[in-house]
Design a protein around this ligand. Sequence first.
Ligand SMILES: O=C(CO)[C@@H](O)[C@@H](O)COP(=O)(O)O
Length: 231
Amino acid sequence: MLEQLKEEVFQANLELPKQGLIKYTWGNVSAIDRESGLFVIKPSGVSYETMKASDMVVVDLDGIVVEGEMRPSSDTPTHAVLYKHYSEIGGIVHTHSTWATIWAQAGLDVPVMGTTHADTFYGSVPCARFLTQAEVDRGYEAETGRVIIETFEQRGIDIMAVPGVLLKGHGPFTWGKDAKSAVMNSVVLEEVSKMNLFARELNHFAEELPKPILDKHYLRKHGKNAYYGQK
Ligand SMILES: O=C(CO)[C@@H](O)[C@@H](O)COP(=O)(O)O
């Protein structure tokens, strides 16, 4: 069942250490099959060196295991809440990648300071608030998903135009149309987090990208008249 998706999710998980986004088991990737309403996620706490495609766990949108021998990622309820709320999302990634986590620990949005950012994210990547004691008690991981939704709704941000968020004091989540694009978005977020920190260090008054350039770069890749790359 869902053998191809398991392979895709497995390969996407292997990309995390390859791209330098994680150490040890500090991350997870999932992808959903919208037809069955089931998603595939990596098992919790299993070394990337020994993990196999057959170790991937299939869960439903309530996070209940449907297939697999292992316990799914501890972040499964966060993934489930996001898949349930946003039908456009096909893949989700969580990491503790260093540069993005620095911004998360500083409690700051990652501003658009260059075209590298604008090519992927149509605006600042928001930093969501800390969870309250009541939220932690109610279910930390599911409430984390709800805080992400709250952040995007309160700020009126389109989830697919800005496919990532920072969780204050924790780290980034990114998403995309599938697992591969969600991983690419994590790589971009990590790179721009690093670039921005150095740019602000060199010049505390370094400006954000002006709107016309943000529009041009984002829309030429993602707008309805996109023309970047090959047909
Ligand atoms: O954030 C954390 C731990 O603080 C987790 O996302 C991370 O360790 C990955 O956990 P899983 O191996 O996916 O259960």
